[in-house]
Write a protein that binds this ligand. Sequence first.
Ligand code: ADP
Ligand code: MG
Length: 239
Amino acid sequence: MEKQQLLYEGKAKKVYATDDPELLIVSYKDDATAFNGVKRGTIAGKGVINNKMSNRLMRMLENAGIPTHLVRELSDRETLVRQVEIIPLEVIVRNISAGSFSQRYGVGEGIEFEYPTVEYSYKNDALGDPLITGDAAMALRLATRSELALIRQYALRIDHELTKFWQKCGVTLVDFKLEFGRLTDGTIVLADEISPDTCRLWDSATGEKLDKDRFRRDLGGVEEAYREIMRRLEANDPV
Ligand code: ADP
Ligand code: MG
């Protein structure tokens, strides 16, 4: 597989074309941003950890019947994926209150929900990724009704699988963000990444944060937290 021109440089990854028009190479960076790019920094080793963690978790989800963009890991930082047309929605699943949910509704963090919640943000940096309803997403033709129904179903199944896996690792899955896309034939697949950048992961025993909130909130021990969460994943091989 030949790496060709850089198509897009995002906040956390670079995306390259390949000699196959249906395949891309994603390269994970150590760059970290928060609050829509206002806070910037680097987390040494993050790119390698996120690449490997995302691939292991996506392989696990594939085994559970959820289609993903993953083709194969090429190196520590690079992975071959199927090119999709990204649906510009951030699909957020929450099991426990935290972050913007707590702010929006004026509740503390750490309230366990009886049922997981699925919410959507419109992926649009200029607008600051605003919360959006399913109806508004359909009105803007971001996705069809049946696509949204399937995305919600996948999101809840992914929550179930990830919660179960992280539980084995002594980690509580608080919430996470997903992105889905369409293959050329319209098939919806999970794309982007699943990593400590996109999940809230708390040590089940101590409540210690093992995710990007350490960076967002200047809690220190950022690199250590990424290494610890990867160590737990490797000790409980998801695939
Ligand atoms: P951003 O700064 O927009 O979050 P990232 O640094 O995360 O970007 O880079 C990844 C970009 O590639 C994102 O825009 C993401 O939506 C997109 N992407 C992820 N997976 C795929 C895929 N399989 N096909 C096409 N685009 C993808
Ligand atoms: Mg991103």
